[in-house]
Design a protein around this ligand. Structure first.
Ligand code: ATP
Ligand code: MG
Length: 325
């Protein structure tokens, strides 16, 4: 039996990149009866970028509602908020002391974010250590993530190996990333990686007129309407090909190559395709956003299950470190 674990930060509303890069593939894996799935809301990680508590609470709700909107079975699996299980922060501190400073300093994601973000705090720097704690606390084997997380997973393995050496046994399970090669890093409306913190994302749950506005913002080159266009480099086409069926994508490719088909037409097709494909998730998402108590009940039940496992791991770790009586 494989234990699958993945988390989404509550640093913004979940976007198409999170959904196609992490949520949908993770839910597919969770449908295999051989697997046990652990999905959580990384609301401690989000403190790195979001200081407004009300906003974070809202985002955490939206992320929970998104998992449910895409069919996550919360009864069979484990579903929780990271902040409600104190063992995450405790293990993160222990692991900090097993993490070489240069490994964090050389992390690609840290370098990229520290150049772009105004607030470069120590939380951003030690982010991969808290992530390692999230994974190792639950002895997860498989971590379905987007390509941007590959290096962080390597760090988790490195940190766990160092701790296990001290423990004298494989106390912390070494996880493997599962990266769906078909799902590339999904671009945002500006062509960079779609990210909550870059504000370049498409939120599929907003009302139709807002979704239309977001799609309008997708960058394109200035090829005139009559001329053929290159589907391989165009962002609208890329996003369309991730959402539409194979035959629809083939027809769209032909439209691009033929010319006489403008980027405005492509964007309208993308909008219609999203509204159709995501009609049911949009309905379920709104249901949970409007019924806060129901959503809270689901999370609290999940947290009881998560806590029991986390406490077991932390008990063993404390013993190794001489913190237990
Ligand atoms: P932030 O900007 O705050 O880092 P994010 O948008 O990158 O937010 P995360 O919460 O860091 O989202 O990532 C959650 C999951 O979504 C991870 O598994 C990550 O690999 C995946 N993911 C995030 N952005 C993309 C993307 N553009 N394409 C594919 N997968 C993505
Ligand atoms: Mg990220």
């Amino acid at each position: 039996m494989a234990r699958i674990l993945t988390g989404i930060q509550s640093s913004g509303r979940p976007h198409l990149g999170n959904i196609l890069g992490a949520i949908v593939p993770a839910i597919e894996l969770s449908r295999n009866p051989e697997n046990e799935s652990f999905f959580f809301i990384a609301d401690l990680h989000s403190l790195v970028s979001i200081k407004d508590g009300k906003l974070r609470h809202e985002y955490a709700r939206a992320i929970a509602a998104t998992w449910l909107a895409f069919g996550f079975d919360f009864e069979k699996n484990v579903f929780w908020r990271q902040s409600r299980i104190q063992e995450h922060t405790e293990l993160a501190w222990y692991l900090n002391c097993f993490t070489p400073f240069p490994m964090l300093a050389n992390a690609t994601s840290f370098k990229e974010k520290s150049e772009k973000l105004a607030d470069v705090n120590a939380g951003l720097f030690t982010y991969p250590v808290l992530q390692a704690a999230d994974i190792l606390l639950y002895n997860a084997n498989i971590i379905p993530v987007g390509k941007d997380q590959k290096q962080h997973l390597e760090m988790t393995k490195d940190i766990a190996t160092r701790f296990n050496l001290l423990a004298g046994e494989e106390m912390l399970t070494l996880p493997e990333p599962q990266i769906d090669e078909r799902i590339m890093t999904i671009p945002g409306v500006d062509g960079q990686k779609m990210s909550k913190s870059y504000h370049n994302y498409i939120d599929i749950f907003v009302p139709e007129n807002e979704l239309k506005k977001a799609i309008k913002k997708i960058v394109s080159d200035s090829t005139p309407l009559e001329e053929p266009k290159d589907p391989e480099t165009d962002i609208t086409f890329k996003l369309y090909s991730l959402v539409a069926s194979e035959s629809e994508v083939a027809a769209m490719r032909q439209n691009y190559l033929n010319g006489g088909f403008g980027y405005g037409h492509a964007k309208q097709a993308l909008l219609e395709c999203m509204l159709e494909k995501f009609a049911e998730p949009r309905r379920i998402f709104n249901h949970y956003m409007e019924n806060e108590q129901e959503l809270e009940g689901i999370l609290v039940a999940g947290e009881t299950k998560a806590r029991a496992i986390a406490q077991e791991t932390i008990g063993k770790v404390r013993k190794v470190l001489g913190y237990s009586s």
